[in-house]
Ligand binder design. Structure first.
Ligand SMILES: CC(C)(COP(=O)(O)OP(=O)(O)OC[C@H]1O[C@@H](n2cnc3c(N)ncnc32)[C@H](O)[C@@H]1OP(=O)(O)O)[C@@H](O)C(=O)NCCC(=O)NCCS
Length: 429
């Protein structure tokens, strides 16, 4: 590697770290349920996924892992020439199948616990005192007879002992849940791991439910509940079910991609698909009806000198440059995108989130939107002029520039009294 390449690598690492820093901070103490199929455990990528989960846990996130077992049960049934019985997509669990499920779960649990214990004891992570706990957290009942088919030991979840799980999370442990539940009468029931993950996410009011997929995703990075209904993917039904049950955000991530979990959690763009309900809030282009609400938002910052003053008339003329996040028709964030006389460069300006709504990455969402728009318009750079927010922008990939680097029209209008910092961001895919 020559000196220039190694400098390039160092800059990449620094910009990754800057980008990750706000997410590391905001994910600390948050609860994430991560569900993965038996196919993922069988993949050669699995040890790396365990390593990434250990890192996420050591950064302070509370993790509940839920594993599947289907291929491992099928393999055992195949080895003993026991037929696999599926009705309406649901396994019928007779006694030999229940035994195969118990064996498969025992085997997989020990494998996961072993791998994680090994990783959690590595010197870089062991100082956090993290452990892995699995146990009898789920009470189940039989699914019963449907269309004349008795599903025998296939079960449904009655309740999940979330208090006990919380205690484990409070003690810094990662909790591992298997798709098996127990009835008060001493029976064991085979469960769908996707359902265990949904019920756990709901009971623990998890901040995110993450499904690691072993099928390619080929979906946009962000989907609303309505948009998601139009996609066909193995995890789409469980994802919609989870959102319906009140889980805020579901992420689908390609398990085969190296580091996908870390990139999804700690970079702005992520690499998977995030599905959220977005009931009240909308990000859209502004129109004349928004002007009063935008003025209410920006006036206090204009008065403090953070933003340059804009008259109502000025805003009326420029309203097509504005983009807003609204909540119940009130503008709670705005940003403007202007062309400059350099056809490669757009200016980001008047960028505000209402103080009451800060701290939930709305600024990031708006910045992503503006960046995408500029990219669609064929621009390669964004420029922002700021007196108060330099670090916020730098943490998001903006780099300090000089007045000389400004497009000519911005240079001639530069206000030396304000002495704003000039910041550029390279726009990439
Ligand atoms: C910049 C802004 C839009 C971001 O809104 P947001 O997405 O809700 O993000 P937050 O305000 O919660 O800030 C996220 C993080 O950046 C930090 N941050 C906020 N403003 C900052 C600033 N001016 N300088 C450095 N860091 C800042 C916050 O402390 C927070 O860090 P934390 O998570 O460690 O506490 C919002 O803070 C804002 O409206 N600021 C005032 C207007 C402004 O300065 N606009 C830029 C002029 S172009």
């Amino acid at each position: 590697m020559n000196e220039l390449q190694s400098q390039g690598h160092a800059i990449n690492r620094v910009s990754f770290f800057r980008e990750a820093a706000p997410y590391i901070h905001s994910h600390r103490g948050k609860t994430f349920v991560v569900a993965f199929a038996g196919e993922v455990i069988a993949s050669p990528k699995f040890p790396q996924i365990m390593q990434d989960l250990a890192i996420i846990s050591s950064l302070g996130a509370r993790l509940i892992l839920v594993h599947g077992t289907r291929p491992q049960i099928d393999e055992r049934l195949h080895n003993t020439n026991t037929p696999v019985q599926i009705h309406n997509g649901i396994r019928v669990t007779d006694l030999p199948t229940l035994l195969a499920a118990q064996e498969a779960i025992g085997f997989l649990r020990i494998r996961i616990e072993n791998q994680l214990t090994h990783i959690l004891n590595q010197p870089s992570i062991s100082s956090h005192g993290l452990g892995i706990i699995s146990g009898n957290f789920i009470t189940a009942r039989p699914m019963g007879i449907h269309d004349g088919v008795d599903y025998r030991f296939t079960g449904l979840i009655r309740r999940i002992n979330h208090g006990l799980i919380q205690q484990q999370l409070d003690a810094n442990h990662i909790v591992l849940l298997s798709p098996m539940g127990y009835s008060p009468t001493g029976e064991a029931y085979n469960l769908r791991y996707e359902h265990v993950a949904i019920v756990a996410a709901k009971a623990l009011t998890a901040d995110k439910l993450i499904f690691l997929s072993y099928q390619p995703l080929n979906m946009p990075r962000k989907l609303t509940l309505d948009e998601a209904q139009t996609y066909d993917h193995e995890f789409m039904l469980p994802a919609l079910e989870a959102l319906d049950d009140g889980v805020d955000r579901v992420h689908l991530i390609d398990a085969e991609m190296d580091g996908a979990l870390l990139l999804e959690m700690y970079t702005r763009d992520g690499v998977g698909t995030m599905i959220s309900e977005d009931k009240f809030e909308q990000l859209r282009s502004a129109n004349v009806e928004d002007i009063s609400s935008i003025l209410n938002l920006i006036r206090p910052l204009e008065n403090k000198g953070t933003l340059v003053k804009r008259s109502r008339e000025h805003l009326e003329i420029e309203i097509h440059n504005f983009h807003v996040i609204t909540r119940d028709d009130q503008v709670i964030a705005c940003a403007a995108l202007y062309n400059t006389d350099d056809d490669q460069v757009s200016e980001l300006a008047c960028f505000v989130v209402h103080p009451q709504y800060r701290g939930s990455q709305r600024g990031d969402k708006l910045l992503d939107h503006i960046t995408q728009l500029a990219h669609q318009q064929g621009k390669t750079k964004l420029v922002a002029l700021t007196t108060h927010t330099t670090d916020w922008f730098r943490e998001r990939g903006f780099i300090k520039g000089s007045i000389e680097d400004l497009p000519p029209n911005k240079k001639s209008l530069y206000n030396y009294q304000r002495n704003s910092q000039v910041l550029f961001k390279q726009i990439t895919e």
